[in-house]
Write a protein that binds this ligand. Sequence first.
Ligand SMILES: [Zn+2]
Ligand SMILES: [Zn+2]
Length: 602
Amino acid sequence: MEPIGVLNDGQIYDLQTAEALNISGDVVKADNSAESLEILRHSCAHMMAQAIKELYPEAKFFVGPVVSEGFYYDFKIDSKITDEDLSTIEKKMKEIANRKLPIQRYETTRSEILEKFANDELKQAVLKNITDDTLTLYKQGDFEDLCRGPHLPNTRMIRAFKLTRVAGAYLGGDEENEMITRIYGIAFFDKKELNDYVRMLQEAKKRDHRKLGTELELFTFNEDIGAGLPLWLPNGARLRSKLEHLLYKAHRIRGYEPVRGPEMLKADQWVLSGHYANYKENMYFTEIDGQEYGIKPMNCVGHIQIFKNDLVSYKDLPKKLFEYGVVHRHEMSGAMHGLFRVREFTQDDAHIFCMPSQVKDVIIDVLEFVDSLMKLFDFKYEMEVSTKPKKAIGDDAFWEATTKGIMDALDSENLEYGIDEGGGAFYGPKIDIKILDAIGRKWQCGTVQVDMNLPSRFGVEYINDEGSKEQPVMIHRAILGSFERFIGILTEHCAGEFPFAIAPTQVIFVPIAQPHVEYAKELQKELLYEDMDSDIFDMNESLNKRIRMAEKKRVPMIVVIGDEEVENQTIALRDRRKREQSNISKEEFFTMLNQIQKGSKI
Ligand SMILES: [Zn+2]
Ligand SMILES: [Zn+2]
């Protein structure tokens, strides 16, 4: 395969740049590796810009970076781009690819660029963020753009691509600025990879949790209430409360104690925690009796004060406190997306206080917890360890011991993990848990974070075996991350076919006629005693219509009730998922449901 660049110290250079700057390193080939795709996709972004320029000569361009979903380019034209226009732009791009234009890098000076783009306010905005005196341009045919690269040697190599969607974007991501147009796209080196990806996108569209959330009446958003503030409808609230209930037990069995901190704390606490200095823009504040209060963006401080409420002996460690903590964080209005990104959400948050020597065992416990939770929902997952960043507090001994503790724990469980060198928080190393869903997408959810910063800021102490005070290590831990995001991911993962244990409705009863409703109500009540929800479909429609309506609700089981069932106290059961029908006694029905329920232990 053709070489297209070199990788040096984590930085990708194209061949022209490597030659000009005399940089050597590992060769990057056109082989669909992450590095090669970055070069391809960014080159594809330029090719898209060239196509747009040819179709809309007035077009002005901002930036066109590579992102996790492919690439995009932000630009401005006089008309509005629709989905149909995307295929026109794609056609033009194919034409440009076939022209086999060489992509040429050349250096120039800042003043020359300022002059060249004198009438282009978007390029002027880009230049504001660049201070270099020598700048580079990439030219293909008669299109050229200010750019650092990396790029492919020619347009012929960009063959398998697709423009995926059009969106609006604030210039430079700043809500104060004007809205310009953004087109997203994707590219691969071969057609098969592209086709697989496009199929995945189509599947993802079908499973979109915003669409399913409406269909299954799980949640909604309402502009009158405010953006990013979900309203949980009865079905969604049932689902969520079942998930909470399952997890509550799982925490208690593992020695966690439930606690609850207040929704808002005096701002002084956020000054002490460092949030006031470093996180203020993401927080909401209010005032009570002339005193400033901050609405919590995290639950750590409340848990610290709860820990400090008692004199804790080393014998009580590790101490595990958990809370379904409701937090508020300011997200830009453009960044919000269904349940994935909201302004209010609930974390399955826990803080474990332990001695440094216990870090490894605590992490092993957490990993076991993660594993059983992921198995229950049929998720595969990956781990990544982030190590000491350049800017960090704490001595080397702390970093060495805790990072080793984390890795030893993962090794002892035979778990594979990636390493993000230098990617840790300034106060400690962490593990990120990445969920892989049914259609191959990766989602960052839970994290396990070792922290010595907050215990030291808040003077957290325990009494050691010699009777003197010592500072514990604090481990922040969330497995789902947030209920909102996790339920969004789970909805798409199982396409709304939730596992029995947390399904909003586990059974739908379909009485054949009015006299059979009574028996259905009786069964419904008995199910509630067993923590299971059911609905009765006795609306004024034909039996067949009601059965079809029930089938569409993605409910695990449908039970039809007629004379025979009422008389013999039996159940005519359709297991929708196993596609089975059976006639069983009421007792057998309840035993069966309880067995399924019990199988969902975490
Ligand atoms: Zn470029
Ligand atoms: Zn925390």
